[in-house]
Design a protein around this ligand. Structure first.
Ligand SMILES: *Cc1c(COP(=O)(O)O)cnc(C)c1O
Length: 395
């Protein structure tokens, strides 16, 4: 099929909720993608921070093929090997207590919200609890997750959303404090805001919120759907802050391409929240998805993926900082590890990104004015150099 035909057929039959770039990717290899015309691209988007291991990892592909031939789905009414193994690896990786597997990030947020509300309901028996969320946050598109997403243009057409949500200023502890009431059951935030424009939480802010949560018996929900799984140079971004969440959400790179997410609870939240009958999912954590998770954890360990991100981050940051110094329309660099943003002024980000595709570089946007770089976690120095060359060419 030619690209124009693919575009035409897609646009004829698929509901138009995305303005797609005129490219159809056909296959991938390592950090490179190839479109249906055979053109090569360097991928610094990883399918929106998903494909951490890069494309065509032999061991990953073989594990999934083996699982497909064995069994793909059984439902949550029975036990299976991949779920047991994936659950142990997830829980041990963060020193928490219990995990629930979902099919996406937004579902992980739904589960986290339900767990927090149930925790508070068990605490005081009332059912009008509040959650404090952050402005400029992004937590997903289902109604609960949308309700805690601090972006009014995403929310407006779909009101009424779930009630009891208050929005505080990110990185402003006083603003969080002012929004606390006797009904507050949780504070939810991304450890590093992604879609909103790549804003890392400041150390004192996150530590302060943790302290407020302890003082007021509120649960701290950290959304690591984008910034987790090694992206910031530690397996979980919060591990760099010396705090622990009560509930953590993860998705995107958790299965490195297979649709899977999870929410993880510490002992306190697990012991006093969801019980049989409270929550469920037909597919959630099915053998194919959890085999992917389990394999991803094995390969991260075997290939020292997190150490690699940590080691290469200074080089990536240096190269991006040089770019910012050189080009007036680049106002700043923000980010952590392999989750970086370049702030653009006076030019359209969408245009730069479209140009980059023409020059064989895949990058994406965040917010309205940020070029977002979230490459596969296996990139090397040469890939960074090549990315800089192609990005400059597209300026
Ligand atoms: C992508 C994302 C989500 C939503 O995940 P989906 O799998 O698209 O539902 C939620 N939170 C954050 C921080 C994300 O980056």
């Amino acid at each position: 099929m030619k690209t124009e035909d693919i575009m035409q057929e897609t646009d004829e039959y698929v509901l138009h909720t995305y303005n797609r770039f005129p490219v159809a990717f056909d296959r991938g290899e390592g950090v490179h993608l190839y479109d249906t015309d055979g053109k090569e691209y360097l991928d610094f988007a990883a399918g929106i921070a998903v494909f951490g291991l890069g494309y065509g990892n032999r061991e990953y592909n073989d594990a999934l093929k083996d699982q497909i031939d064995r069994i793909i789905h059984t439902s949550n009414l029975y036990y299976n090997v991949p779920m047991a193994e994936a659950a142990r690896k997830v829980v041990q990786s963060c020193g928490m207590s219990k995990v629930f597997f979902t099919n996406s990030g937004t579902e992980a947020i739904e589960g986290a919200i339900k767990a927090a509300r149930k925790y508070a309901w068990l605490r005081d028996g009332s059912s009008d609890h509040e959650i404090i969320a952050m402005k400029h946050s992004f937590h997903g598109r289902s109604l609960g997750a949308l309700s805690v997403t601090g972006n009014t243009s995403y929310q407006e057409p779909f009101k009424p959303l779930i009630g009891g949500i208050r929005f505080a200023e990110f990185n402003n502890l006083k603003s969080v404090e002012e929004n606390i009431s006797s009904k507050t059951c949780a504070v939810i935030m991304e450890t590093v805001q992604g879609e909103g424009g790549i804003y890392p939480a400041e150390r004192e802010f996150l530590r302060g919120v943790r302290k407020l949560c302890d003082e007021h018996d509120m649960l701290l929900i950290l959304d690591e759907i984008q910034c987790g799984m090694g992206r910031t140079g530690s397996l979980w971004a919060w591990q760099e802050y010396g705090v622990q969440p009560d509930i953590m959400t993860c998705a995107k790179a958790l299965g490195c391409g297979v649709p899977v997410g999870c929410f993880v609870l510490n002992e306190k939240a697990a012991a006093r929240s969801l019980v049989p009958g409270d929550h469920g999912s037909t597919y959630g954590g099915n053998p194919l998805a959890t085999r992917a998770v389990s394999t991803v954890f094995d390969l991260f360990e075997k290939n020292h993926i997190v150490d690699h991100v940590k080691e290469l981050t200074p080089y990536l940051e240096q190269k991006l900082d040089e770019l910012v110094a050189k080009h007036d329309f680049l106002a700043a660099r923000r980010g952590r590890g392999f989750m970086q943003g370049l702030v653009v002024t006076g030019r359209l980000v969408g245009e730069i990104i479209g140009n980059a595709l023409k020059h064989g570089l895949v990058v994406i946007s965040a917010g309205s004015d940020v070029i977002r770089l979230v490459p596969p976690l296996i990139i090397e120095k040469e890939d960074i150099d090549e990315m800089i060359r192609r990005l400059e060419a597209s300026f």
